[in-house]
Write a protein that binds this ligand. Sequence first.
Ligand SMILES: C[S@@+](CC[C@H](N)C(=O)[O-])C[C@H]1O[C@@H](n2cnc3c(N)ncnc32)[C@H](O)[C@@H]1O
Length: 283
Amino acid sequence: MFEFLQQVDCKPAPFEFYTAETLWNDEHISQQMLKFHLNPDLEPASRNQGFIEASIDWMKERFGIGPNCHIADFGCGPGLYTLPFAQLGAVVTGIDFSRRSIVYAREQAFNKGLEVDYRQQNYLDFESDQRFDLISLIYCDFCPLSPAQRKRLLGVFHRHLNDDGAVLLDVFSLQAFESRQESTTFQHRLMDGFWSEQDYFGFLKTMKYEEEKVCLDKYSIVEEARQWLVYNWLQYFSLTSLIREFSESGFEIAEYYSDVTGNAYHEDSAVIALVVKKARKAG
Ligand SMILES: C[S@@+](CC[C@H](N)C(=O)[O-])C[C@H]1O[C@@H](n2cnc3c(N)ncnc32)[C@H](O)[C@@H]1O
């Protein structure tokens, strides 16, 4: 008991453990996540429906989404963006490691008579002969990745982007980091049965890493037969840190906004949305 509580309490090094697959692929948890995605008002997994519609409208104009536009949506989930892109006539690939989300997305495309190339895989390993005009990574999915994983993902983007193509992504800002607070919660059936269909007790310990601008929500779940941990990391960014990180991977930031509906950037925004292009070669 004492040792387990020590484990619950311990603060790992930033990004020491990666458990994202549990969150999106565990039989029970992925079912909860899909419910969140499909609820038009709740935002734990996707943004609300009004926001998504505004985002698609803006992206359509900004990136000329239509026939002949090749799009790869990384972390596409159940297809809330890929399906509208396909309805606009774009040639769409959706990549996600959540089996449940990809099964749902494929069904939706089939029912609507639309073709989307869905790949169920870790997007860090994505390989294709195709080159894309637009690569999207929406709802701050860059933030749970470690610096090494982000570098790897930017390499994947660079190899698969047309020379005049663009990457659209959003990230949490330092303003959002400031609003986070360290805390510890202990609760029977923490988050109302979200973590297991068995009876369980859950600890949530939120930890901040001031120097690295990282937050960890560490969930320790105790069922009668097992104990397990989920680590939800989030990296928070300034414009300066983004410019540095993208330039190290051969990109330049062409535009920035306060969200992916194209709202103007302001310093208090909790989110920074970026349009990124391949850096022009000198000379
Ligand atoms: C916050 S959700 C956003 C989904 C979608 N972009 C949206 O806004 O509706 C993040 C998605 O990324 C997927 N994901 C996270 N890490 C991934 C990885 N390494 N490889 C593939 N998919 C990943 C999850 O399964 C989940 O569907």
